[in-house]
Ligand binder design. Structure first.
Ligand code: PLP
Length: 390
């Protein structure tokens, strides 16, 4: 039986994610100064490995911020007040792009996409043709709030040939979690965050600019001080960050990047893909439906059975079974559970996840027809589905 007292705490959200035990150990080490040969070597090493993780030859910069800081950095380093931009909005993080662009005085057009669906290329093309002045297209690679991926490679191919337009990709739940080839695909700005696929606590964000995007930097007039990437470029050449480095996180990054670079990169991506696929196949045996029509490997959104409030289910699971999952926001509040596939997740964690989901649904059974038909056989079938991939 699975009760809180005999369950270890489990974290299965799309950020923050469970940490590798070696990362936990590094985070507990005594502090060193960031201007030391030891740290300089660590920073240079991680900067090199970050390029491989981003699949680019361009420098990848680290800001001491959460992911949203790198989103702001992307805006202020490439654009000027009054510039026309297009934001693909298919969930909460797309809404964040649009909100930020407006705050920075950009002429913002929104391309609304039904939540849970990928943007249609013909819609993107139509907007680009309709607004030839568009300087930047903002999108998520994976819209974490709906667990949905967009066709980034194809979107980039629509934009690549347009000399005056760049593609800015919030890849915070994509880089390190799925195939994303910055240089090969022609992505102009790519953003990552430490508490997602990089398997660290929150506090570092990453950003890389294509050559085309650096051209935009030269013309950009939005004020920048903390986020100024030219300053970071100069410092990086000296093995420094321009402001104080988040030493423990960079040292931990040095380790976690081993999983996102060769020879382990493809293994990591396959593992994440398998966790997602296993979840998508097992969950329907317990009466869940898969929400997204373009499901992501980093996070799965499950529609909970009729008559159950997903927020109450989520809270109950945390309180009684010591497992943290995420619910849905806005139009998805009460409707979905989101399960993260990033970080240090074992097969045993996955088996426990389904055992707990089963028990928790049983706890909610009283008046829901869907869950009253749940039997131990449903759980056995779900566990068997997991085994195909894990
Ligand atoms: C987590 C996340 C962010 C950044 O959120 P922070 O709390 O600022 O780290 C941005 N975009 C997406 C798609 C995310 O998943």
């Amino acid at each position: 039986m699975f009760f809180k007292q005999n369950n270890p705490y489990r974290l299965m959200t799309p950020g923050p994610v469970p940490l590798h035990p070696d990362v936990e150990k590094i985070l507990g080490e005594p502090m060193i100064h960031h201007r030391t040969p030891e740290f300089e070597a660590c920073l240079r090493r991680t900067a090199e490995k970050l390029k491989e993780a981003f699949a680019t030859v361009q420098p990848v910069f680290m800001h001491a911020s959460t992911g949203t800081g790198a989103m702001e950095s992307a805006i202020v380093n490439t654009l000027s007040p009054g510039d026309e931009v297009l934001c693909v909005v298919s969930g909460k993080f797309g809404e964040r792009w649009a909100q930020m662009c407006k705050i920075f005085g950009l002429k913002t057009t929104v391309l609304n996409v039904n939540w849970g669906e990928a943007v249609k290329l013909e819609d993107l093309k139509r907007e680009l043709d309709l607004h030839p002045e568009i300087k930047a297209v903002f999108t998520q690679a994976c819209e974490t709030s709906t667990a949905t991926v967009h066709p980034i490679r194809e979107m980039a191919s629509l934009i690549k040939g347009r000399e005056h337009t760049i593609l800015i990709v919030d890849a915070i739940t994509a880089v390190g979690a799925m195939l994303l080839e910055m240089d090969d695909w022609g992505l102009d700005v790519v953003i990552g965050g430490s508490q997602k696929a990089f398997m660290l606590p929150a506090g570092l964000s990453f950003i890389a600019l294509s050559q085309k995007a650096w051209g935009f930097y030269e013309k950009s007039k939005l004020p920048k001080f903390y986020w100024d990437l030219k300053l970071e470029m100069k410092s990086l050449l000296k093995g420094e960050t321009h402001f104080s480095s988040v030493v423990p996180l960079v040292r931990a990054l040095d380790l976690s990047l081993q999983f996102l670079t060769s020879p382990r990169k493809s293994q990591t991506l396959t593992r994440i893909q398998n966790l997602a696929q296993a979840t998508r196949e097992a969950a329907p045996f317990l009466g869940f439906k898969i929400y997204s029509k373009s499901p992501s490997p980093s996070v799965t959104a499950l529609i909970v059975p009729e008559g159950i409030d997903s927020q109450k289910l989520r809270d109950h699971i945390e309180k009684e079974y010591n497992l943290t999952l995420m619910g849905g926001q806005d139009q998805l509040k009460g409707k979905i559970l989101r399960i993260g596939h990033l970080g240090y997740i074992s097969n045993e964690d996955m088996a426990a996840l389904f055992e707990i989901l089963y028990q928790a649904l049983k706890d909610f059974t009283t008046d829901s027809a869907a869950t009253s038909t749940l039997t131990r056989d449903s759980l056995t079938a779900a566990q068997a589905a997991l085994k195909k991939y894990l």
